[in-house]
Design a protein around this ligand. Structure first.
Ligand SMILES: Cc1cc2nc3c(=O)[nH]c(=O)nc-3n(C[C@H](O)[C@H](O)[C@H](O)COP(=O)(O)OP(=O)(O)OC[C@H]3O[C@@H](n4cnc5c(N)ncnc54)[C@H](O)[C@@H]3O)c2cc1C
Ligand code: FES
Length: 284
C-alpha cells in the first residue's frame, strides 16, 4: 500500500533515492522515526505539492501508518540522504528492484526518461500482489523482466537469477539497484566483473537519519584501493557507488586486517559520476 502526503516543500526538493522520516505517536514501541523512500512527487500546482511513499507492513510503525486516516497530521522530515546521480550522456540504464526497492526506482525511471535515457527493468517481489505498480513499470521500461519468489507472476526466482540474461539482452551500460542487501551485493559483484558502473541504495537501520549518531555506517573503499572510510548510509547514501562498498566488512563489528594486496581496484566512473564523499575518515 502507499500513503500520499501534502508536503509541498519536501515534494519540491525530493530526488529519487532520497527518503523521509516519519515520527510515531508517543505510545508506540520506539521513539525513533521510521525511514521511507520518496516514491512519487507532484510538484505542480500552487499549494498542494504532494509526495507518496510505499509501505510494506513489518512492525509497529508500518502497522500504525497503514491505519492513518485521510487528513490526519503526520510529523515528517525530509527529503533526507543522497539521491542517485544521473549518467552524463545517453546510455542504456537497467533498474533492478526487489520489494519496496521499486519505490525509489520507479521515481528514478521517470527522471531518467525525462533526460532521454533508455530504461529497462528487473522487478522482483515475493508474489504477484506485491509487485509495485506493474502497469506503470511496463509503461516506463523498454524491456521489463518480472520475477516472483512463488512464480505467481513472471519468472519464478529472484532478481539476481535473470540479471546476466537481461544485461546481455538490453546492452546495459549503467545499473541502479534497490532492495535487500543480498540483491545489492549480487548486483555489485556482477557489475564489477563486467566493469559496468552501478549505484545501489544502501539501507542500515537508521536512528537519527540526519548524520548525527553514526549508527548507520557502511565501509567504503577509498580511491587508492588500500584504505577505506566508514560512510553514513543516511547522509552519504542511500545512493552509493556499488563498486566501492566492502560487502564482507559491512556489519562486521570485529576489526578486520586489510588484505596485503589491498582492496580490488576501483573502476573509473566514466559514465556515472560518483557522489562526492566529503566526510572525515574514521581510522582503524
Ligand atoms: C533509507 C531507507 C528507506 C526505506 N524505505 C522504505 C519504504 O519505502 N517502504 C518500506 O516499507 N520500508 C522502508 N524502509 C524500511 C523501514 O523503514 C523499516 O522496515 C522500519 O523499521 C519499519 O518500521 P516498523 O516499526 O514497522 O518496524 P520495526 O519494528 O522498526 O522493524 C521490524 C523488523 O524489521 C527489521 N528492520 C528494520 N529496518 C530494516 C531494514 N532497513 N532492512 C531490513 N530489516 C529491517 C527490524 O530489525 C525488525 O526486526 C526503509 C529503510 C531505509 C533505511
Ligand atoms: S542514522 Fe544517525 S548517522 Fe545515520
Amino acid at each position: 500500500m502507499s500513503v500520499t502526503l501534502v508536503a509541498p516543500d519536501i515534494a519540491e526538493q525530493a530526488r529519487p533515492g532520497q527518503f523521509i522520516e516519519v515520527a510515531l505517536p508517543d505510545e508506540r514501541s520506539s521513539m525513533l522515526r521510521r525511514p521511507f523512500y520518496v516514491h512519487q512527487t507532484s510538484r505542480r500546482g500552487g499549494w498542494a505539492g504532494t509526495l507518496e511513499f510505499v509501505l510494506e507492513p513489518r512492525g509497529p510503525g508500518s502497522a500504525w501508518l497503514a491505519e492513518v486516516r485521510p487528513h490526519q497530521f503526520l510529523d515528517v522530515i525530509g527529503p533526507l540522504g543522497r539521491p542517485f546521480s544521473y549518467p552524463r550522456k545517453p546510455v542504456n540504464c537497467l533498474l533492478v528492484m526487489e520489494g519496496y526497492g521499486a519505490a525509489p526506482l520507479l521515481f528514478l525511471a521517470e527522471e531518467l526518461i525525462a533526460q532521454g535515457q533508455r530504461v529497462d527493468m528487473i522487478m522482483a517481489a515475493g508474489s504477484q500482489d506485491q509487485v509495485l505498480k506493474p502497469i506503470d513499470a511496463k509503461r516506463l521500461s523498454r524491456i521489463i523482466s518480472v520475477v516472483t519468489a512463488d512464480g505467481s507472476a513472471g519468472e519464478p526466482g529472484r532478481a539476481a537469477d535473470v540479471l546476466e540474461a537481461i544485461v546481455d539482452r538490453c546492452g546495459t551500460q549503467v545499473v541502479y539497484a534497490a532492495g535487500p542487501r543480498p540483491l545489492l551485493r549480487a548486483v555489485a559483484e556482477f557489475c564489477r566483473e563486467r566493469s559496468i558502473p552501478a549505484q545501489v541504495a544502501v539501507e542500515e537501520q537508521t536512528a537519527c537519519g540526519t548524520g548525527l549518531c553514526w549508527g548507520c555506517v557502511v565501509p567504503v573503499a577509498r580511491r587508492d584501493g588500500k584504505t577505506y572510510d566508514h560512510l553514513r548510509a543516511c547522509v552519504d547514501g542511500p545512493a552509493m557507488n556499488a563498486a566501492r562498498i566492502l560487502w564482507d566488512r559491512w556489519g562486521t563489528s570485529r576489526p578486520m586486517p586489510t588484505p596485503p594486496e589491498g582492496f580490488p581496484p576501483i573502476q573509473p566512473d566514466e559514465v556515472l559520476p560518483t557522489p562526492p564523499h566529503g566526510f572525515p575518515a574514521l581510522r582503524r
